[in-house]
Design a protein. Structure first.
Length: 434
């Protein structure tokens, strides 16, 4: 049987449209109803709640921060204090069952919000709009934590529970790959682990994040914003990149970093004297079954390849130091015509030719493509990849040896000649250490 309780909802014009009724997920006698009278020029907010099966109703939308009429309301299935309301002028959030509201403005424009749904697996808020497509607010669990315990906002720093992160490869999308602004594509959730934290009244500009593996070894350090309120950064599931020279002589200054192995990682956030930590589970791609031992073999091979890349960059740095010093010496010699200048110029040409030969990466490049392909999958390296890695290791060792021999012989001799001629100090590039 049905009973009409419309007349018990006080303060609403007769025949007002009802676009949404939300039955509580927590209490049998509780429900929310949204009423909309904008078709008659009335933009008043009507959001009512009953807790006694419709006998009494309270307007929890009037005299709040909500601006304009509403279309829908969604109660969080985990925390009853957390409510979302979709209105003509955007999305509104309450952490105290409707006693107060604030507008959600991060990333979401002022747009009519017609439908709301909380994904039961991913804990995301799916937002259906009128005219601006579909939006997703990733991982609402920090809002749940604030709704359960408002005292969190009194802490100088708080790191919220992190959602599960997956190691995965994403295939290239169909269609144009370089279409400029001619192809619209919505922004997707960044790959990696979402780390959400609360910052109180902080005087520092940034939060230091340290991520440790199961053995307690720090594998990644991040510097994140310290804006008061909720903040979120994404850890890309990669370790710290190897230390390399600031610039390798070929316009690149950033080294690649290895992806971590599946496991549980501890995340510590620190600002000033305050610190907080949580854990994040990093899981393998469930679509691909790769034994852990094979993943470890691939991880170790990639680490070896990254170390080779570091050594190659170091060799380029030594080469650049010598080249720059030869260029400066040539500029100084151009203004002199005294005895000995010709001999120094000839020695400089000889040294430059020897440097070109010693720093050649031709042999290294023969195996580079095979080594780079290590990152294309998670299973154990192929025999071809192992062979390319071993041969590239030998090639890098020969490159280092050739440069070291040049440094201790011709470079050292030329340095003494330049300094004896009063042309300033010729830098010592140092020896390459494996």
């Amino acid at each position: 049987t049905w009973e009409d309780v419309t007349e018990r909802i006080r303060g609403v014009p007769e025949a007002t449209w009802i676009p949404h009724i939300e039955a509580s997920k927590h209490a049998g006698g509780t429900a929310y109803v949204v009423l909309d009278d904008h078709r008659r020029g009335n933009w008043e907010t009507y959001l009512y709640r009953t807790e006694d099966y419709g006998r009494r109703w309270e307007n929890i939308g009037r005299e709040t921060a909500i601006d304009g009429f509403l279309h829908t309301v969604e109660e969080d299935p985990v925390t009853p204090n957390l409510l979302f309301a979709g209105g003509e002028l955007g999305l509104w959030v309450s952490l105290d069952r409707g006693e107060s509201w604030f507008k959600w403005t991060h990333g979401l424009p002022t747009v009519p919000v017609r439908s709301l749904q909380i994904h039961p697996r991913d804990q995301d808020l799916v937002i259906g709009t009128h005219g601006r497509a579909l939006w997703v607010l990733d991982d609402i669990r920090p809002l749940r934590a604030l709704a359960r315990d408002p005292s969190v906002t009194m802490a100088p720093l708080h790191l919220f529970e992190a959602p599960v992160a997956y190691l995965r490869h994403t295939a290239a999308v169909d269609g144009y790959h370089f279409a400029g602004d001619a192809l619209f594509q919505g922004e997707t959730r960044p790959a990696g682990a979402l780390l959400t934290y609360w910052v109180g009244d902080a005087t520092e500009d940034s939060v230091e994040l340290s991520i440790r593996n199961a053995e307690g070894v720090a594998v990644r350090s991040l510097r994140a914003p310290a804006r008061p309120g909720l903040n979120r950064v994404t850890w890309d599931l990669r370790e710290n990149a190897p230390a390399v020279p600031q610039e390798d002589g070929r316009g690149r200054s950033r080294a690649e970093a290895a992806e971590v192995l599946p496991g549980t990682y501890m995340v510590e956030a620190r600002i000033g004297s305050a610190s907080t930590e949580t854990s994040v589970a990093v899981l393998p791609d469930p679509r691909v079954e790769v034994p852990m031992q094979e993943r470890v073999e691939k991880y170790e091979a990639i680490q070896a390849a990254l170390d080779l890349d570091r050594r190659i960059r170091a060799a380029r740095s030594v080469t650049r130091v010598i080249q720059d010093a030869l260029d400066r010496t040539g500029e100084l010699l151009a203004d002199r015509d005294d005895d000995g200048v010709g001999e120094i110029q000839q020695r400089a040409r000889t040294l430059r030719s020897a440097l070109t030969a010693a720093s050649s990466e031709a042999e290294v490049n023969r195996y580079r493509q095979g080594v780079r392909s290590l990152g294309g999958s998670y299973d154990r390296p192929t025999e071809g990849q192992k062979l390319d890695l071993a041969r590239m290791t030998v090639a890098v060792e020969e490159l280092e040896s050739a440069l070291n021999r040049l440094v201790v012989s011709q470079v050292a001799e030329f340095r003494r000649m330049v300094e004896a001629a009063g042309l300033g100090t010729f830098p010592d590039p140092g020896l390459l250490v494996r």
